[in-house]
Design a protein around this ligand. Structure first.
Ligand code: AMP
Ligand code: GLY
Length: 418
């Protein structure tokens, strides 16, 4: 089988790496990929939004399946375009992708199917929004309705700040304002073939820019898998109260969902509540999830195509992974690009993995191009051990102005004696 992965981030690097380990995959192509994926498979210099060029590449390279990494091509209808040409693509069609691309669509879905989530109000008009904010007290969350790469959200108890943030959104979009939920966040990934589904081990993403979960939201500064606090009782609760009604709700709404349902959960004192749905794997969760699961991605792809996903056994391979994102100077604000990188490739995969994000090679030199540039993933017998490995290997990647959070995973083992 030959596969084409769409995207250029560290998530797509991890997906390409996982396919390269499959016993039934003979070709891994990545469009456009990065400096790291070119060593795992073959990069194709194609824009993820140029669907005609992707279709041509699939035909000329005899691609059997396309794995779409990021949300933007999914909500632009890449799966519909590929399916129309008989090319199998892993991901939902444009209609189903609204679960991520429209916060009002997904909130209405949650309410219609009685799923636990924060109460929310939608606004299109600045004056009505401002009046509403002035009637509030305490902490609230303001969210852009459309896609915002994890940065369209403000949590605040300051009315002036909420109004300024909301008014900026209202220049080009609608917004929702919702109750602030306290707790800890986890990401749950469900893989559906349209009829049946499997649930992968939970991950946790560290979204804030600064240590101790402070500072602005980012696309994600680190991740862990599995999550030590998620015991079998909580897993059952999530399955029963969140996953089953979500998958049932999709069927009831006539949505034939094929691909990944990413459920962002806040584990509150009242139990798990849904923060958001996404329609693809998480970044940086994928970088820790894929090294931990023992699934052959070639087999997985066959089962998605054939509608036999329930035959894929999900067993955690008793390893833990902690991933630390190395970001560019300035991120999550305007950041420096084109920084020369030195990488020490001398790694043992049982200890650590390095996944590139949006890097390129110019005149033999690896350069940074994005805000989040690398994920360094430590592997261990538990979260503590994996975190130690990640930070032991973090200096394998160096470039001017690089920075990372020094506490990824820590809150989950702070109670333990180390
Ligand atoms: P979203 O794009 O809706 O996932 O929001 C991005 C991030 O903002 C989430 O991962 C949370 O860290 C935070 N967030 C979103 N909604 C809420 C909420 N209702 N209460 C607390 N934090 C939230
Ligand atoms: N980890 C956050 C996201 O992928 O949206």
């Amino acid at each position: 089988m030959k596969v084409l992965i769409i995207g250029s981030g560290a998530r797509e690097s991890a997906i390409a790496w996982k396919y390269s380990k499959s016993k039934c995959v003979s070709g891994v192509f990545i469009a456009p990929g990065n400096a790291g994926t070119d060593k795992i498979g073959t990069n194709l210099n194609i824009d993820p939004f140029d669907f005609n060029a992707i279709i041509e590449a699939c035909q000329s390279h005899k691609i059997d399946a396309v794995f779409v990494g990021p949300e933007a091509p999914l909500s632009a209808g890449i799966v519909d375009a590929l399916q129309a040409k008989g090319i199998y693509a892993i991901g939902p069609n444009k209609e189903a992708a609204q679960l991520e691309s429209s916060k009002t669509f997904s909130k209405q879905f949650m309410l219609r199917h009685n799923l636990p989530t924060a109460k929310a109000w939608e606004f299109a008009d600045p004056a009505l929004f401002e009046n509403h904010v002035k009637s509030l007290s305490g902490k609230w969350v303001v969210k852009k309705n459309g896609l915002a790469a994890g940065k369209g959200v403000l949590e605040s108890d300051n009315q002036a700040e909420m109004i300024a943030f909301g008014n900026e959104i209202l220049k080009s979009d609608t917004l929702i304002i919702e109750e602030f939920l306290a707790g800890y966040e986890i990401s749950v990934f469900v893989l559906s073939d349209g009829k049946n589904y499997i649930v992968l081990p939970p991950c946790s993403d560290f979204k804030k820019a600064k240590e101790n979960d402070l500072g602005p939201n980012t696309g994600g500064m680190g991740s862990i898998c599995p999550v030590p606090w998620v015991n079998s009782e909580l897993k059952k609760n999530i399955r029963h109260n969140i996953i089953e009604p979500t998958m049932e709700g999709l069927k009831m709404d006539g949505i034939n969902y094929k691909g990944i349902v990413y459920i962002g959960l806040m584990i509150t004192q009242e139990g798990p509540k849904i923060l958001e749905y996404n329609v693809r794997f998480g970044d940086p969760e994928t970088q820790v999830l894929l090294p931990v699961i023992d699934i052959d991605f070639g087999d997985l792809t066959h089962s998605l195509i054939e509608g036999t996903i329930q035959n894929i056994p999900v067993s955690e391979n008793e390893k833990s992974a902690v991933g630390v994102v190395i970001a560019a100077e300035g991120y999550p604000g305007p950041y420096k690009k084109n920084q020369p990188v030195t990488i020490d490739e001398n790694l043992s995969e049982s200890d650590a993995l390095v996944f590139h994000a949006s890097t390129i090679v110019e005149n033999g030199q690896v350069l940074t191009k994005g805000g989040r540039c690398f994920s360094v993933v430590g592997m261990g017998k538990d979260t503590i051990d994996a975190a130690v490995k990640a930070y032991e290997h973090i200096d394998k990647v160096c470039f001017p102005g690089s920075w990372y959070r020094k506490d990824i995973g820590k809150k989950f083992f702070m109670d333990e004696d180390i």
